[in-house]
Design a protein around this ligand. Structure first.
Ligand code: FAD
Ligand code: PHB
Length: 396
């Protein structure tokens, strides 16, 4: 017989979206259970994003999970852009009064898993959700597997925080969804290594051999990316080959400071823009990568997952505190406004920095755009505003 358990909000996925939502709801006395397909070790070992907007850091503080963030997060007040033999800095702080925080998604995930478990929260690892049912009617159910048995989680609402390949979006009939997608013919090859970063801040590089990015996780751990073909494989790359190619693309001042070392991790990320509309269906709500992904150039994916959760948590809290349903009704359209704002920026920034074949016309346009961006106050401000993160809309 199928075992059924019950909670108020059933959450699929223990990525940043699911964990943050669960903890914010817990603080208002709302009960959740998270179902996660992978093991805790797997979730805590994944290397993903590295740049937090201030709004994301603010939400972490609101959730009370900020001790390590405040101690170890690196505040960056600008980035450098290298192109056409030049390197120019854009000062976020001067343009917007704000900066960003470099803090690994891996660390954020570890902090939240620990905080959920310390608070007695329930995360079922190795419990893949198979389908969401009856989300249009009174009592939605998540069908899932645990220890080889099929079980059910019955709840008031379901939050699909299960990423791009999850089942929440798959459970919605295709004809009720509108999908928007842009796939790029290239990918990023990333390396993580325990070597000091080449620069105090991030460097984004437009080079004739392709894009490169110098990022970091700490003063002793670096994260570097180079543009590669969409069908490239990690097996094709030795550490030496990676460092040689990176050296070719970096400006000479950075090459001088580059310290190389053995990989801790190497992975390939395809570049894609994708949005599924709407983000809610009756009592099923999508948040984060389950509803949208964007090329990582603008460092927006994790931050959008956090802003979705900001809107969804407020809507659920208003429902349980005051029986209000208007915020739940408006969740999709409100979240999507910010999603499209971030997609716009991420696609523009991707177009500015990557090599698209050998089209000299496009390359000349990129150089003109970069020259304008790094010399005009107005263009610098527009860039900085988007990079540090557009404000959350009032939602009350
Ligand atoms: P995920 O992190 O994908 O979490 C979804 C969870 O659901 C996973 O744990 C998965 O195992 C689980 N799951 C899936 N299916 C099921 C199922 N059927 N049942 C149960 N559980 C399931 N974003 C930024 O903001 N800044 C950056 O600097 C940045 N850099 C990036 C660099 C790279 C190389 C990559 C790949 C991404 C980057 N991103 C960045 C994007 C960011 O990592 C994602 O947007 C973010 O992880 C989204 O969080 P999420 O919780 O929505 O989804
Ligand atoms: C990262 O550190 O992983 C990172 C930083 C900035 C980006 C993308 C990824 O734009």
């Amino acid at each position: 017989m199928t075992k059924t358990i019950r909670t108020q909000v059933g959450i699929i996925g223990s990525g940043p979206a699911g964990l943050l939502l669960s903890h914010l709801l817990h603080q208002q006395g709302i009960e959740t259970i998270i179902l996660e397909r992978q093991s805790r070790e797997h979730v805590e070992g994944r290397i993903r994003a590295g740049v937090l907007e201030q709004g994301t850091a603010w939400l972490m503080r609101e959730a009370g999970v900020n001790e390590r963030l405040d101690r170890e997060g690196l505040v960056h007040d600008g980035v450098s852009l290298a192109f056409g033999g030049r390197m120019e800095r854009i000062d976020f702080k001067a343009h917007t009064g704000k900066g960003v925080i470099v803090y690994g998604q891996t660390e954020m995930t570890r902090d939240f898993i620990q905080a959920r478990l310390d608070a007695g929260g329930s995360i079922e690892f190795e419990a893949p959700a198979l389908a969401v049912e009856d989300y249009r009617t009174g009592s939605p159910r998540i069908v899932y597997q645990k220890n080889g048995e099929t079980q059910e989680l019955s709840c008031d609402f379901v939050a699909g925080c299960d990423g791009f390949h999850g089942v929440a979006r798959e459970s919605i009939p295709a004809e009720q969804l509108t999908l928007y997608e842009k796939v790029y013919p290239f990918a990023w090859l990333g390396i993580l290594a325990d070597v000091p970063p080449v620069n105090d801040e991030l460097i984004y590089v437009n080079h004739e051999r392709g894009f490169a990015l110098c990022s970091m996780r700490s003063h002793t751990r670096s994260r570097y990316y180079i543009q590669c073909s969409f069908d490239d494989k990690v097996e094709n790359w030795s550490d030496d080959a990676f460092w040689d190619e990176l050296r070719c693309r970096l400006p000479p001042s950075a090459v001088e400071k580059l310290v190389t070392g053995q990989r801790l991790e190497m992975s390939i990320t395809p570049l894609r823009g994708f949005v599924a509309e709407p983000m809610s269906f009756g009592k099923l709500f999508l948040a984060g990568d389950a509803a949208h992904i964007m090329p990582p150039t603008g460092a927006k994916g994790l931050n959008l997952a956090a802003s979705d959760v900001f809107y969804l948590s407020r809507a659920l809290i208003a429902y349980y505190a005051e029986k209000r349903t208007d915020l739940l009704d408006r969740y999709s359209e409100t979240a999507l406004r910010r999603v499209w704002g971030s997609i716009r920026f991420s696609l523009w920034y991707t177009g500015l920095l990557h090599k698209f074949g050998d089209d000299p016309f496009n390359h000349r346009l990129q150089m003109a755009d970069l020259a304008y961006l790094t010399s005009s106050e107005a263009a610098g401000t527009a860039f900085a505003e988007n990079y540090v993160g557009l404000p959350f809309e009032k939602f009350e």
